[in-house]
Design a protein around this ligand. Structure first.
Ligand code: GLN
Length: 303
């Protein structure tokens, strides 16, 4: 399969689509990003890699970080994590509040904000230096020690993160947040602010496609946990568009409002796209278009 050509053709074809999507603006710092950027990076289990467009431009990974925090917390505390959240799709936007009220403070899954904030709370309880330890975990997954937080994005979200404060308060009222709200959200905003490019993200997700074994050949994630996290990505990785992503693309994956999408075919490859223009559900418009074309043309989805 000539992946290089396929990616370049898809990049060209999708770039020509009329793009009425919008950059996320509820976090002021993200609104400054130029919408006309578009990168794709693919790495496969045999160690080959291919790219097209802006694959080495860093961007805010936002909700894609929820997969990393989940992997870290699941790794250290195992199945007790599921006493505090469920693994069902929510069918609602990432920052939706009323479901949490109705379900008495038990988030539907770890990939919506409420679930991710509980995961963050678990990490605050278990880690000595949560921000440093989490960043190191991501750097090791990606095998790249240059990855860092974007402190301006974190501060910008902290200033305007009213819905996340509401979620944290609701969780606290149901006794499902054990540490101080300020401390948990400060860590949550930082983890969302991590800046990475398509290549670094594909490398960091290699372990999820490779039964938990990272590119450096050591086991970073327990194989049975990698399997479960992939299942959660498939059913919950795209908020109220998880069904649409499975229907159009057919891979486990995770999106973020920075415009990134990572998707993977277990035992085969990881593909990351980035384009900051979002559709009305908060997922990258070009990214969804590109991934649909990719799995259709290469005939390679989990279905
Ligand atoms: N930091 C963002 C928030 O909490 C993440 C949302 C996302 O990427 N969908 O609102």
């Amino acid at each position: 399969m000539n992946y290089k050509q396929i990616l370049q053709d898809i990049h060209k074809e999708v770039s020509a689509l009329k793009n009425t999507s919008e950059v996320a603006n509820y976090i002021p710092e993200l609104a400054k990003v130029n919408k006309d950027q578009f990168g794709i990076y693919l790495n496969n289990i045999n160690g080959e890699n291919f790219e097209a467009g802006d694959a080495d431009v860093t961007f805010s990974i936002q909700s894609i970080s929820k997969v990393f925090s989940l992997a870290m917390a699941f790794g250290s505390q195992g199945d007790t994590l599921w006493e505090r959240m469920d693994v069902e799709p929510s069918g609602n936007p990432f920052n939706y509040l009323s479901l949490l009220e109705r379900e008495k403070g038990i988030p539907r899954n770890p990939l919506i904000n409420s679930g991710a904030i509980v995961v963050t709370d678990c990490l605050v309880s278990s880690l000595k230096n949560p921000k440093e330890d989490f960043l190191q975990f991501v750097r090791d997954l990606a095998n790249d020690q240059t990855i860092d937080y974007d402190y301006e994005v974190a501060a910008s979200e902290k200033d305007t993160g009213f819905r996340n404060y509401a979620i944290a308060n609701l969780l606290k009222s149901f006794d499902n947040l054990h540490n101080p709200i300020e401390e948990v959200l400060d860590f949550y905003f930082h983890q969302c602010s991590i800046a990475m490019n398509c290549k670094q993200l594909s490398n960091a997700f290699f372990a999820f496609a490779n039964r938990g074994v990272c590119m450096q050949n050591n086991t970073c994630i327990k194989p049975k946990q990698a399997k479960r996290i992939n299942a959660i990505m498939l059913t919950c990785g795209f908020y109220d568009e998880a069904g649409e992503f499975a229907f159009e693309v057919g891979l486990p994956g995770k999106s973020g409002v920075g415009g990134g999408i990572v998707a993977l075919l277990p035992n085969q490859y990881v593909i990351t796209t980035w384009s900051p223009g979002l559709n009305e559900k908060g997922n990258s418009y070009y990214g969804m278009q590109a991934l649909e074309r990719f799995t259709t043309q290469t005939n390679s989805s989990i279905f």
